[in-house]
Ligand binder design. Sequence first.
Ligand code: HGY
Ligand code: MN
Ligand code: MN
Length: 434
Amino acid sequence: MNSSQYPVDGERLWRTLAELAEIGATPAGGVARVALTDVDRAGRDQFVAWVQELGCTVHVDQMGNLFARREGTDAQRAPVVIGSHLDSQPTGGKYDGAYGVMVGLEVLRVLHDSDVSTAAPVEVVSWTNEEGARFPPAMIGSGVFAGAFSLDEGLAAPGVDGTTLGDELARIGYAGDEPCGAPDGAGRRPVGCYVEPHIEQGPILEAAGVTLGAVTGVQGIRWYDVSIEGQSAHAGSTPMEHRCDAMVAAARLLCEADEIAGRRAPEGRATVGTLAVGTGSRNTVAGSVNLTVDLRHPDAAELEAMHDELLAFADGPNFGPQESSAASSGVSQHSGRSLPRPQITPIWYSPPIVFDHAVLEALRSGAVAAGFEPVDITSGAGHDACYVSQVAPTGMLFIPCADGLSHNEAESILPEHATAGAQATFNAVLTLAG
Ligand code: HGY
Ligand code: MN
Ligand code: MN
């Protein structure tokens, strides 16, 4: 039973999510609001318009992180910040990131409509480039804010399309002048505590028939760029033992990455999400292949071991000159063949994260007051909360998504789950903001 003092407006939240999803809507029912494109700008502009209707002030920092602020009665207190991200994957869903920002907007709307005063200010933030699809690595906006990257590194981040993050930020008019974070905290906007509502992006809550998850932490993440330089050759006239086939080498590395995760089921995760062939012709042996690897595990030591196994495999006998195997092996080998050795470049490490006990307690009791018994869950996906947790007490709240599907245009949630997450978040914010 919802014993919340101030009910959120689930209808309004659902309408707002649908309106936002119109910005960058794709024919397949998802969204494409890739970071710092004109569509991302349109999503940002819409959010600004909505919060200005509530009398919030809007602040943009040097990384384009976008803050809406509602003053509290105690000017000395640092704000309770709710947030997530408005950028999406190229073939993203309507709710990844958008849900958390729109829940923050709904919290501001209820505070405004009910004329509720909070001691601490309340802010809602949309972080720049959470997805990292266009400007790897992921979560750069919150990363610079938390001092994990310097501002120069953030702005210089090269896009997969030849642009830089800083140029595109300026082009869309969101290169703010507010200082954005620093390792020593100088200039960083104060954050009293941070709450990120998000869809689970996995199957656990739905399978358990649970509406709300208190996210106790996030698994560790390692990203790699891999380049494989072989030799392009004629598909017909080049005998197998004379080849240096980059595609076969890529296939071996891809299968081993899968094995490395498989040996650590169910927590271990490995993904080769992109693979680009240099020559790309059906009757030419691939001369060069570039691919990416994403490894994840909740335990830092296990993730380190996965890293070591991946690099050791690339250094091992599965590449370079291939011995002709005795017939006994049964595997058809081509004696004299050589396979190009993958060059693996680690580009990002996000350590496993444990969230703040007090913030999680506020979220759990907020969920109970909203009429739901939350369960504890670890996040498989990375979030801006990972970096924010390094500079402020942080917690997350999950709602289920259908079939655990995300980073997919078919991503969907139930209106009642959206409302439940918003009510629990509102209740927690009221507690945290006094
Ligand atoms: O990759 C991630 O986990 C996040 O969705 N960007
Ligand atoms: Mn997300
Ligand atoms: Mn995502």
